[in-house]
Design a protein around this ligand. Sequence first.
Ligand SMILES: NC(=O)c1ccc[n+]([C@@H]2O[C@H](COP(=O)([O-])OP(=O)(O)OC[C@H]3O[C@@H](n4cnc5c(N)ncnc54)[C@H](OP(=O)(O)O)[C@@H]3O)[C@@H](O)[C@H]2O)c1
Length: 328
Amino acid sequence: MRALVCKAWGSPAESLEIQTVPEPAPAWGQVVVRMMASPVNPSDLLTIQNKYGRQPSLPFVPGFEGVGRVLSGKGPLAWRVMGRRVAVIAADGGAWAEQCLIPAIRAIPIPDSIPDDQAASFFVNPATAWAIARNVLRLGPLDLVVQSAAAGAVGQMIHGLSKYLGFGVIHVVRRNEQAESLMKLGARDIVVGEGENLARQIKDLIGPRTCQYGLDAIGGETGAAILKSLSRHGVLISYGRLSGQPIPVEPGTLMDGMKRIQGFWLSEWMKDQNKLTLWRLFGRLAKLMAAGIIKTPTGPSYPITQFAEAMNQASLAGKSGKVLLRFD
Ligand SMILES: NC(=O)c1ccc[n+]([C@@H]2O[C@H](COP(=O)([O-])OP(=O)(O)OC[C@H]3O[C@@H](n4cnc5c(N)ncnc54)[C@H](OP(=O)(O)O)[C@@H]3O)[C@@H](O)[C@H]2O)c1
């Protein structure tokens, strides 16, 4: 079978090559999935650049998720999904290949009402948005949140969940076009900005309201501005590092109002959950996706032979949506 293999750390377009590798064989409790499509997420790009939190050793096949059809497997959990279209959760990577070997429990059957381009991004971003909103912060109608990277995939999912769960959101973006696209989705409170004046702009929009929660995927000055703008006992959830910069925090910012910063990483969070909670989460995400409450903004798709174009497109500022690799 063909696989996209990362042979050296560096630029995603230059570090990958298509190789013919042996087809995987399932052991007990595993399935082999014939892959249809897989998204290019920031975590994939960071892993290829040797900048992610946990790194595989070279050479390796990237890709933490996707959609495909179960080809073979062993054990009752595998028989349950044989031949079915499933979302693939490849926690150790390996989804950017024509066939992907995963534990059968990580092959999630997907209802026909969810199209392939949504099913391909079934887990990483939707589970992050849901787990932060519901399991970590328990957001409800009385809460107000300020989030950065608001026009991205996770950001739009938080927006969708805000309508579903009733909490308010102040969206922070860096470009006017992003504000316009969020307004088309029904968002009202939007700050366009970066750098020094950002905290003041956010505070002005919060006004007399209490805003205790911040969600930040950027880091650097943006993360610091969100932390500063939070009300007493504010909590900043740091879940990404798109700027590549540390969050500069004056101790006084934390002391004044007794604020804190808390990290969130889906793979770490999953370690603390039991199987029942995860099963419930998979079912809930399927329902939210089928109802269009959680939706991945779709971008262009490329066959794996055009992986360099796919990597370049996914790395662009201002890209139109999630880039997909196709294995047809
Ligand atoms: N902790 C976890 O478990 C977890 C799980 C899932 C995702 N994540 C993280 O969540 C973040 C968002 O993922 P995604 O799939 O939603 O990404 P995405 O769809 O690519 O969206 C990223 C958004 O951030 C903006 N952005 C990028 N760099 C920026 C910067 N330096 N300053 C301001 N805005 C910037 C982009 O705007 P432009 O169009 O202007 O570039 C875009 O709107 C990533 O950091 C990802 O690693 C973390």
